[in-house]
Structure formats: C-alpha cells, structure tokens
Design a protein around this ligand. Sequence first.
Ligand code: FAD
Length: 498
Amino acid sequence: GARPGGLYSPGDPLVLLQVDTLESSVLNSSSAWLVEFYASWCGHCVHFAPTWRALAADIQEWSPAVNLGVLDCADIANQKMCGKFGITGFPTLKFFKAFSKSPEDGIKIFHPGDSIQKLRQSIITNLEMHKETWPPACPPLEPASVEEIRGFFQTNNVTYLALIFETNDSFLGREVTLDMLQFENIAVRRVLSSEEELVKKYGVTSFPSSFLLIKNGTFSRIPVQMEARSFYTHFLRRLPGVMRGPYAPIRAPDISKVYMADLESALHYALRVEVARFSVLTGERVRALKDFVAVLAKYFPGRPFVRNFLRSVDRWLRNARESRIPYSGLELVLTGRKESPSALPALVTWVGCQGSEPHFRGYPCSLWTLFHLLTVQGGPDHSPLEVLGAMRGYVQSFFGCRECAQHFEGMAAESMDKVRSVDEAALWLWSRHNRVNARLAGTETEDPQFPKLQWPPPELCPLCHSVVNRRHVWDKAAVLRFLKAHFSPANIFLDYTE
Ligand code: FAD
C-alpha cells in the first residue's frame, strides 16, 4: 500500500508500485505499462497528481493492454530502484512495452502540461510501436482494409463490428477500440476517410461518424447525439449480448467456486512459461514433463478442445523417444500454428486466484488448485501416487519458486510414500497445503485481502470442523467429501463474468 507522504492512495485506479513490485510488474509483463516516477516533496509532482489520477480513471478500462503505475522515489526504500531505472528528475513518465526485458527499455514520455488528451494519445502512439510483442489483450489499432471488413464475420466470432470513419490524424477510433477491449461479442475498427471503397459503400459523408455492422448482414449509422468517444462507448456497451469478457477485472471472486479461467491459465503458465525456461529438456525434466502431461491428459476435466489439446501434447511427448527435447519442438505443439491456434489462452486471467495486487496469488494459487483438482478425479482403483508423483516431479523440475520447490520436496520425501489410496492422496495434499498456509500466515507473501487460513474454513464446510476436549480437530471423512465436491467438474465455473 501507499507509504505516508505518497501522493496516491490505494483507492486510486492505478497500481501503487514499490521497490519489491516495480520490476516484477513492468518487466516481462503481458501488459504495457506507463509509470510515473515521482517524489512526494516535489511541487511539480503535487501539481501533476490530479492529472495523473484523472488519466488513470479515464483509461482504467484499457487494462490489461496497458496499466498505469506510480512509484514514489522520495521513499527511501525506493531510491536505489529509481536509480536503476535511470530516474534523475521528477516527475518522469516511462512507457514499458509489453515483455520489456530491462529497466533501460523504459521509454521516456514527454509530459505535455496537464492535458489528459495528449497523454492518452501518447499511450496509443507508444502501443502502436509494439512489433512482434504486441500485448495479447490489445485489439488491433491499425486502420481496417476493405478485405478485412469483407471477411470479418467469417474470421471473428462476434455479433457486432463498429466501424469508426475518421481522418488520419484522429485518435477517436483507437480510443473507442481500447475502451471496448474488456467487452465481448463486439469489435471496433477505425476506417480512414481515404479508404474510398468503404466510404462509398456505407455512404459516409462526415468524419468522424460511425456504423454498426451486425453478423446477419445488416448495418446502420450509430445514432448518437455527438460524434464523440463517450457517446460511442456508451452506445456500444449497452448493445444486447455485449458483456464484459475475461479481461474484465473481477472484484470479489466467490471462494466456494473453482474457475476454469484459473485452471487454463495455470496450464498456459506451467507449460508455456515455466517449461519454456529450459531451451533443452533432458533427463529428469523429460520424465517430469511426460508424467505431468500424462496426468493432465487423463484427468483434467477441461472443455473438449482443451482435453483434445492435452491428449495431443501427451501423444507427442510419448512419441518423442529421445532423452533430449528442445523446447522449440515442443513449442510448435503447445502454441499451435496460425491456422490452428492452441486451445489455451495466450495470457493469464486470474479469477479465483486474482490477488489484490499483481504480485499476490496468481500462478502458485492456480497450481495448488490444479493439483487438488487432479487428486480427486481418479477412481479408487487408480494408482495412489500417480497424481502426487507427477506434482512432485513438476514442482521439483520446473516450479520457478525454488524455495517453494525445496520445501515441497522436503514434505514429499518425508511422507508421500506412505500414501496408500487415491483418497489418502487427496487428503495428503490438503494437509500439506495447510501446513504451508500455517507457515506463511502473516508473512509478506500473504495477500492482505486473502489471509492464509486453515482450509476449508467453517463457513465453507461446517462439518469439517469439530472440537474434542476443547481442541479443534478435523473430521477427515467430512474433509474428503468436501474436497471431492469442491474440486468436482460440476463446481468449475466457465463463465466468470457473472
Ligand atoms: P493458495 O495457498 O495458493 O491456495 C489457493 C487456493 O486453494 C485457495 O484460494 C483455496 O481456495 C484453496 N486452498 C487453500 N488451502 C487449501 C488446502 N489445504 N487444501 C485444498 N485447497 C486449499 N510460498 C512461499 O512463500 N513459500 C513457500 O515455501 C511456498 N511453497 C509452495 C509450494 C507449492 C507446491 C506451491 C504450489 C506454492 C508454494 N508457495 C510458497 C506459494 C503459496 O503457497 C501460495 O500459493 C501463494 O502465496 C498464493 O496464496 P493464496 O492466498 O492465493 O492461496
């Protein structure tokens, strides 16, 4: 949270960065970032703060294509970090393209007085400078061509396409495109006034103006009082069937649910980020990956195309007889080709695992969830150590948190081999996870909004808890029943926008 004296507070719609979160947030991120490095004692910064706050509110819905952050360089704890990022005066605005690698990749943005509009346009211009590392959540911003519009509904699974006709120097179309990125079932494209064929086809006579195309082939002028951003955005957001999609931030997930978005994001991150750190897999890692994918192919209760995908990866790995697998080979199978893109999302979306700040929860939360889920899918005749063994191997070989991996391996070496049945496997993982929760409660890795509890808490499972001789005891039979119900396919929610 904010330190005393900072110019921004947690209620502002921007990310309060600190020495320990700046790099992990802005580097290697699938979002672009614009960060204000300020000093709370600097008069210019005080004067500029309302502008920055208003800009944050204005483009809040452009996340996760681009996020806004602030860092107080007057905070002693942050001073070294500000030096590392080359900050010499205040305020300094730096734009980090998605997947920026180092502090030097920050691009200094000229700050044009107090104009929110100029800042917004500068963000767009910088977004457009992305080449091969286009932020996955950012819709195309370049002007649409006749060909693109002609085949649009064949290649895009949406009901609506809004076309904003405008002159080359206008930012309106791109602003509305970004305003709508969190919404599903609609796309927005700008069309330049010089695109004569389209201008003629729709009978456009004034710029800007805008047309709504519907999948069924009809089109009409968008009826607005003024040809302006807020009028367009307001109109488009209220079209029937247009709703917030997976990029929409979720404020309070329901803790009694398991979300498919978390599970698919775990698969994406595990296979395409964690494993990808090794350019060649050999020995133990080959074995660990094969076991992990085999268990996923067998037990992951995913959507049909995700299951097919997992089975095909499994088949590919089983056919790969060599003891060395270059990741580049695997990548083709995991990422898919242009004609048949992968079934997995190309970026992570956390719902049940969404932290109150970017450095909390996320991937480790989803990995626990995934493995708990897998432990309860097997029937009584399945091998008791199949899932646990695969988890142990994956964590040992690939889990990027090496300290976590060591701790987990310690617990596994101590007692995993005593597990005798599939039910005991589910309970083993549950009780070890609670040990980890107990160890981490109150430490800096705990998200203040999601305190580490012994799980499931009484409000989720009253029957799991009882008191004997005035001491709390778990009713293990009730816990097992609860695990099986909680992590059953029927409790996995696909639609996380409700
Ligand atoms: P998590 O602990 O990640 O839990 C995710 C979800 O699982 C919860 O929201 C809840 O719905 C459910 N859940 C919670 N407890 C249980 C349970 N007992 N049984 C079944 N379901 C449960 N971090 C460290 O700082 N140090 C470590 O040594 C460490 N070791 C780790 C080892 C492993 C194998 C993993 C996967 C993670 C480890 N982590 C460690 C990360 C840490 O455990 C958390 O994942 C992270 O702090 C995020 O916490 P969270 O609040 O999202 O809940």
